[in-house]
Design a protein around this ligand. Structure first.
Ligand SMILES: Nc1ncnc2c1ncn2[C@@H]1O[C@H](COP(=O)(O)OP(=O)(O)OP(=O)(O)O)[C@@H](O)[C@H]1O
Length: 297
């Protein structure tokens, strides 16, 4: 599998502060990589290192399976914080201006405008755009030069639900239709979870976990918890109909990771066999909860 980005012990220090601390991150072609962390965790600094607008104190960055940096960086588009737009210019005029720096023919500009859903904004000036439209114009600028890898820093920050959906749909389209690999940072985990294929969780400069969306969903699965007087007997009763790997004992609780819909029936069986059930309930750990637990928040 082609590796788009691989960092080894990537670090950036400001005074005594390790803003990015020995980060080993791997992004494969086709990933929508969600970079999650609280404010100040080091996301922007990390992205700047990757883009070459900040320099590492230590460590290595490998792009596109080790292509030389000058060539590799031309294949990256980015939107870091709010896009610097020409407020008195239309979407087309903005792209025309930025194409002088990043390249892009007139035909390409028109295609990009269509792609980001700004083709019919006509004479409307960017200063009059909604925040969502401005973000999409920012992404449009990042798309000049046909990048294979997009780095987006908090692109949905401050957007209303409709604006978030517009940006989300655009990101999915770029990934699915244009095969663009995406690194996207956010502190809005629930929002990210709608599009992300892999996550990297950063806390205090350190990448504390890389996990696929499927693994994370598995970990955040709902559980059925019974608090009983005899956990061994309860587990044995459950084992008659439930695979052993889905039954776990923790203290005075027996925890099931499946058969949640049979809660009442299972309770009845326990009571019939003289187990005292103090309580049973379904516990659902949300992505936000998982994230907060991992970063000790
Ligand atoms: N140029 C700088 N000089 C000194 N400290 C800096 C500089 N840039 C970032 N930092 C510090 O490094 C840490 C990481 O900041 P960074 O902006 O990368 O975090 P972040 O996760 O992107 O947060 P946010 O979501 O608030 O942008 C913070 O403590 C920040 O104060």
């Amino acid at each position: 599998m082609e590796t788009i980005l691989q960092t080894t012990n990537l670090s950036r220090q400001f005074g005594k502060k390790m803003a990015v601390n020995n980060v080993n991150m791997t992004i494969h072609k086709g990933d929508i990589y969600g970079f999650i962390g609280k404010n100040g965790a080091g996301k922007t600094t990390f992205m700047r290192l990757v883009l070459g607008t900040a320099f590492p104190s230590k460590g290595e960055i490998k792009l596109f399976d080790g292509e030389p940096f000058d060539k590799a960086r031309r294949k990256i588009g980015s939107l870091i914080e709010a896009p610097g737009l020409y407020k008195n210019c239309t979407a087309y005029e903005n792209l025309k201006q930025f194409s002088l720096i990043y390249g892009g023919t007139d035909a390409e500009i028109k295609e990009i405008l269509f792609l980001v859903g700004l083709a019919d904004t006509g004479n409307k000036k960017a200063g009059k755009f909604s925040l969502g439209m401005r973000q999409r114009l920012g992404i449009a600028i990042a798309l000049l030069g046909n990048p294979e890898f997009l780095v987006l820093d908090e692109p949905v920050n401050g957007l209303d639900p409709a604006g978030m959906k517009e940006v989300r749909d655009l990101i999915l389209k770029l990934n699915h239709e244009k095969n663009i690999t995406i690194l996207i940072s956010s502190h809005l985990l629930d929002e990210l979870s709608k599009i992300v294929t892999r996550y990297g969780i950063i806390n205090d400069g350190m990448l504390i976990e890389e996990v696929t969306a499927a693994e994370l969903n598995e970990r955040c699965q709902h559980k059925l918890i019974f608090t009983v007087d005899d956990v061994q007997k309860t587990a044995a009763i459950f084992a008659e109909t439930i695979p052993a790997e889905q039954i776990r004992i923790a203290g005075n609780q027996v925890i099931l990771s499946s058969h949640l819909e049979e809660a009442a029936e299972l309770n009845k069986r326990l009571v019939q066999q003289d187990v005292a059930v103090n309580s049973f309930w379904v516990h659902a750990e949300g992505l936000e909860q998982y994230f907060m637990k991992r970063i000790g928040g």
